[in-house]
Design a protein around this ligand. Structure first.
Ligand code: ASP
Length: 319
């Protein structure tokens, strides 16, 4: 039996990493570190959220995040209910607010929401009693992805402070990039670089504290961490670049380009990967890739978030 964990998050909801303090970020990262070990146990379950209900309301496609939240809730002994877009009454014309208020009437403790519209999670947080976790709202934020990314970086580099991190791809439509910029800056990264075709670099990105590059090579020079992103076709209107082959030629990560980064640089990707487009398969499956570790840490980070917002107790106790 491990010692009881007594931590607070100081907020009722997790809507984004923007505005989170170093203490809040570190609390989730440290707690995630402790929960990681539960995945190694023969019985992967602790009783900390027994009697609590977590609803996963996923109104946009998801593989990793939805499964990860469901596993996280179940490992904490919460009752997890999953609702996906196609199976929900939003396809019958019900508004998000009506759906959420009806779900809230069934008294869940936490609602995890993914939605195509930026601001959807914040809207729910104003209207329902349950704690709300943003699992991705349009191109706005995906805070648990950034937290699991920071957790993976910290595990490999021992710290975030002083590191150079390069995020490459469709920055304009990426909630992963935005959440990571906020979290990495708050945790003291020396430089967060974003790289992509000019048409995929949003105006004002430098105001968030990132340094923008319209070529990949200079952005990779001497970097500690390379984070590759997928082209978010579902959020794009009109051609932002000539074609996939052209994109890959200039912005795909291959061994030659990776050689510009520090020799011990790690390669990350939030998934889903478009192999051969943004990432050469030999790198995705190679020794510097930490992509599957990101997935594993995702469960522990989401356990930490559900624990903090769902009112968990006795985090290390085995059932
Ligand atoms: N899975 C991540 C997200 O939901 C990244 C992606 O879809 O490209 O934003």
């Amino acid at each position: 039996m491990t010692p009881q964990i007594k931590v607070g998050f100081g907020a009722r909801h997790l809507l984004g990493t923007e505005g989170l303090t170093v203490e809040q970020l570190t609390t989730v990262l440290d707690l995630g570190e402790r929960f990681l070990e539960i995945a190694e146990r023969p019985i992967k379950k602790v009783p900390t959220l027994r009697g609590k209900t977590v609803i996963n309301l996923f109104l946009e496609p998801s593989t990793r995040t939805r499964t990860s939240f469901e596993i996280a809730a179940k490992r904490l002994s919460a009752d997890a209910v999953n609702i996906s877009g196609a199976a929900s009454s939003t396809t019958k014309g019900e508004t998000l607010i009506d759906t959420a208020r009806n779900l809230d009437a069934m008294a869940p403790d936490v609602v995890v929401v993914r939605h195509a519209q930026a601001g959807a999670a914040a809207l729910l947080a104003q209207r329902i009693r349950a704690a709300v976790v943003n699992a991705g709202d349009g191109a706005h934020e995906h805070p648990t992805q950034a937290l699991l990314d920071c957790s993976t970086i910290r595990a490999h580099k021992g710290r975030i402070e002083g590191l150079v991190v390069t995020i490459c791809g469709d920055i304009a439509h990426s909630r992963v990039a935005r959440s990571n910029i906020h979290a990495l800056r708050a945790l003291g990264a020396a430089e967060v670089r974003v790289a992509g075709p000019r048409t995929l670099l949003p105006v004002g990105i430098e105001a968030l504290g990132a340094k923008a590059f319209d070529r990949l090579e200079p952005a990779l020079e001497g970097t500690d961490v390379v984070m590759m992103l997928r082209i978010q076709k579902e959020r794009q209107q009109g051609g932002r670049f000539p074609n996939t082959r052209e994109y890959s030629r200039y912005f795909g990560l291959n061994e030659r380009r990776l050689a510009l980064a520090k020799p011990d640089a790690i390669v990350m990707h939030p998934g889903p990967i478009n192999r051969g487009v943004e990432l050469d398969p030999t790198i995705a499956d190679g020794p510097r890739s930490v992509i599957l570790e990101q997935v594993a840490r995702g469960v522990a980070i989401r356990m930490a978030v559900l624990y903090l917002l769902g009112g968990g107790t006795d985090a290390g106790e085995q059932q």
